[in-house]
Design a protein around this ligand. Structure first.
Ligand code: GTP
Ligand code: MG
Ligand code: ZN
Length: 318
C-alpha cells in the first residue's frame, strides 16, 4: 500500500522519510539515479513498506522504498533541498556591509521560484539608522523585513517566529553576517545537532552536505509540521547555479514593479532608460527605491549577457 511522506534527510544512501505514523528509513528506486531525478530533503514522496524490498536492502537497515517523488514547488541544487517555502535572507547592517545587488538578486530568484523571502538585518546596534532605512526600502518593495541584534534574543524570536509560514524554511546569507548567531537564538537545538554531526564525520564546514530538516512546530506553537533546513554552508553564491529566469521575467520578480507593468509608453519597455517608463517615473518620485532599480538594471544586463545555452546548462546541472 502506498503512503505519502516527507524526506527529512539522506545519509549513507538511505533516506529518512516522515510518514503520518513514523520515521522510516528508505531506499530510492534505482530509476531515480539513472534519470538524474534523485529525491532530496524536502521532497514529498510516495513510499511502500518492507514487502517491496530485497533481503540485502533490509539487512542494510531499510524499511521502505521510495516509489515516486511528488510534484516539486521548487528545488535548490546546492544544498540539495526541495519545496522551500520561506527563506530568511540574512545580511548585516555593517561588518560586512550588505551587498544590495546580491540581496536583490536572491530576492528576485526566490520570488520567481515561489519562495517567500524574509529579510533579516543583523547587528542592528552597530547602526540603528541604517537598519531602519534598509527595512524601509524592503518593506516598500513588498517584502517582510526585520532588524535584529544578538543583544536582544527574546525580541528576535518574538519578531521572527510569526514570520515563518508554510512547511519548509531555511536561512541564507553571506559569510560573517551572523547566521550561526541567529540560528543559536532561533533554533538552539539545531546548533547542537550541527556541531555533533561535523565532529562525528570530521568533515570541513565547506563540504557540500545534504540538507536535513528539523521539526520546529513546537517552537512556533503549531500542530502541523514545520521544518527548518539545517544548511550552515548556505551562502549567496550557491544561488548562481539555481534555476534562473529569462530577462523578460525579471520585472515580475520585483514585486513593487507589478502595479506599473503594462502602463509604460512602449509595450516593449525594458524599464531601463526609455521615455514614458512608469517604473523610471516611480524611481523619480521615490515610490520605487533607487537601489532596487539599479539592481534591476544590473541583473537585466547579466541575464542579457547570459546566452541561452548557458542558461540551459545551469538549469540541468546537478
Ligand atoms: N555586533 C554584533 N555582532 C554580531 C551580531 N551577530 C553576530 N555577530 C558577530 O558577527 C560574527 C559572525 O557571526 P556568525 O554568526 O559566526 O556569522 P555566520 O553568518 O554564521 O558566518 P559564517 O559561518 O562564516 O558564514 C561573529 O563575530 C559574531 O559574534 C550582532 O547582532 N551584533
Ligand atoms: Mg556560521
Ligand atoms: Zn517601463
Amino acid at each position: 500500500m502506498k503512503e505519502e511522506g516527507r524526506i527529512l534527510s539522506l545519509s549513507g544512501g538511505l533516506y529518512t522519510v516522515r510518514t503520518e505514523k513514523d520515521d522510516l528509513l528508505c531506499y530510492a528506486r534505482g530509476a531515480f539515479r539513472r534519470d538524474g531525478t534523485s529525491p532530496v530533503a524536502g521532497d514529498r514522496v510516495l513510499i511502500d513498506r518492507e514487502e517491496a524490498l530485497q533481503k540485502k536492502e533490509m539487512e542494510a537497515g531499510a524499511r521502505g522504498l521510495i516509489l515516486e517523488v511528488l510534484e516539486r514547488k521548487n528545488v535548490l541544487i546546492r544544498p540539495p533541498l526541495a519545496n522551500l517555502d520561506t527563506l530568511f535572507l540574512v545580511s548585516a547592517v555593517r561588518d560586512p556591509d550588505p551587498s544590495l545587488l546580491s540581496i536583490d538578486k536572491l530576492c528576485a530568484i526566490a520570488h520567481h521560484n515561489d519562495i517567500r523571502v524574509i529579510l533579516v538585518f543583523t547587528k542592528k546596534e552597530l547602526d540603528p539608522q541604517r537598519a531602519e532605512e534598509l527595512c524601509r526600502v524592503y518593506r516598500g518593495a513588498g517584502f517582510e523585513a526585520f532588524a535584529v541584534t544578538r543583544l536582544e534574543e527574546e525580541e528576535t524570536r518574538r519578531l521572527l517566529y510569526p514570520a515563518i509560514r508554510g512547511t519548509v524554511c531555511a536561512l541564507a546569507g553571506a559569510s560573517g553576517v551572523g547566521k550561526s548567531t541567529l540560528i543559536n537564538t532561533l533554533f538552539p537545538f539545531l546548533s547542537a545537532q550541527t556541531g555533533s554531526v561535523s565532529e562525528k564525520t570530521g568533515r570541513g564546514r565547506h563540504t557540500t552536505r545534504q540538507s536535513t530538516l528539523y521539526d520546529i512546530s513546537h517552537l512556533l506553537g503549531k500542530t502541523e509540521p514545520v521544518y527548518v533546513a539545517d544548511t550552515p554552508g548556505f551562502s549567496l553564491l550557491d544561488f548562481d547555479r539555481f534555476f534562473f529566469m529569462d530577462k523578460e521575467d525579471l520585472p515580475f520578480a520585483f514585486p513593487e514593479f507589478e502595479e506599473h507593468l503594462g502602463k509604460c509608453r512602449y509595450t516593449k519597455c525594458t524599464h531601463r532608460t526609455e521615455d514614458g517608463c512608469r517604473i523610471l517615473e516611480s524611481v523619480e518620485n521615490g515610490t520605487v527605491a533607487k537601489s532596487r532599480h539599479e539592481s534591476y538594471v544590473s541583473l537585466y544586463g547579466e541575464l542579457d549577457r547570459t546566452k541561452a545555452w548557458e542558461r540551459d546548462k545551469k538549469r540541468t546541472r546537478r
